[in-house]
Design a protein around this ligand. Structure first.
Ligand code: NAI
Length: 268
């Protein structure tokens, strides 16, 4: 697919760590679709990741920002607008991290300081990103903001830990923000609920291999890949989806609407 549906659009892409990151694929597809954007990630991730390779490929710059810091975000918007020569039309929030999951804490043995960190990084950062962008007058009308989420916001998945609560909050924030930024600024915001995907964050979930193949067998169209997710995001950034807002959009091969599949029944 090589349609230039993002020509003349400018944006910021959060969360590309390495080639497996969903944000990495979004950056590649957005570039192909004609967009100009800056890349950003937490300073610590910049030291570990390969984002500079992506920046070179996309002919852009990397601006460090911890998404929990309003100060970093303000700088990110200012520098992005300078580099891109104008206001923004899209933002991808592709950020998730739970110290509880990372450290293997059981759900009934959660560390509450970690829990607050999970919420701060994985959910509140969306509100901060939007609020700071508005404060910096950084968005063009009809701009599109997207955040990535997972169906553990609606259903329980034992290994997903406190990320489930973070995703519920993230989706709720998108709905609430959508009202305010829609009525005051003609901006839209949605969450994309993606299939399990092999990435650094994804593989951090215990038993991810089995989790992945269960979802694949349950989904009539099979799991959605990161590339397919990126195509969907590009469409949601484009003018073809101008009136889509405040939605949680499942991009999961039909998993969310399937009770049970024949493949699963036969595997029992
Ligand atoms: P990833 O590990 O490549 O991306 C997560 C990103 O969050 C990393 O680039 C990391 O540096 C960034 N990050 C963490 N703390 C940050 C902070 N304080 N400030 C700024 N950035 C920070 O993994 P993936 O899978 O591409 O994750 C992207 C999004 O997709 C996340 O929201 C994740 O929950 C969501 N998602 C992932 C699925 C999967 O199975 N991989 C399924 C459904 C949703």
């Amino acid at each position: 697919m090589d349609y230039k549906i993002l020509e003349h659009k400018k944006g910021i892409i959060f969360g590309a760590l390495d080639e497996s990151s969903i944000a990495w694929k979004v950056a590649e597809k957005a570039k192909q679709a004609g967009a100009e954007f800056t890349l950003t990630n937490a300073p610590v991730a910049l030291r570990m990741g390969k984002i500079n390779e992506l920046a070179e490929k996309c002919d852009t710059v990397v601006i460090p920002a911890d998404a929990t810091s309003a100060e970093d975000l303000e700088n990110l918007y200012k520098v992005s607008m300078e580099k891109l020569g104008g206001k923004l039309d899209f933002v991808l929030h592709s950020i998730g991290m739970s110290p509880n999951v990372r450290k293997g804490k059981d759900y009934l043995g959660l560390n509450y300081d970690f829990f607050l960190k999970t919420i701060d990084i994985s959910a509140l950062s969306l509100h901060k990103t939007v609020q700071t962008g508005i404060k910096c007058n950084a968005f063009n009308e009809w701009g599109s903001i997207l955040a990535l989420t997972y169906i553990a916001a609606q259903r329980s998945f034992p290994g997903y830990g406190d990320m489930a609560e973070a995703k519920s909050l993230l989706e709720s924030l998108a709905r609430s923000l959508g009202y305010h930024i829609g009525t005051k600024h003609n901006l839209r915001i949605n969450t994309v609920s993606q299939s399990p995907t092999f990435t650094t964050a994804g593989s951090g979930v215990p038993g991810f291999d089995k989790f992945f193949s269960y979802a694949d067998k349950m989904s009539p169209l099979g799991n959605a890949t990161a590339d397919e997710c990126a195509n969907f995001c590009v469409m949601l950034f484009s003018d073809y989806t101008k009136k889509v807002t405040m939605q949680n959009l499942f991009h999961d091969g039909g998993f969310s609407s399937t009770g049970v599949s024949q493949d699963i029944v036969e595997s029992l």
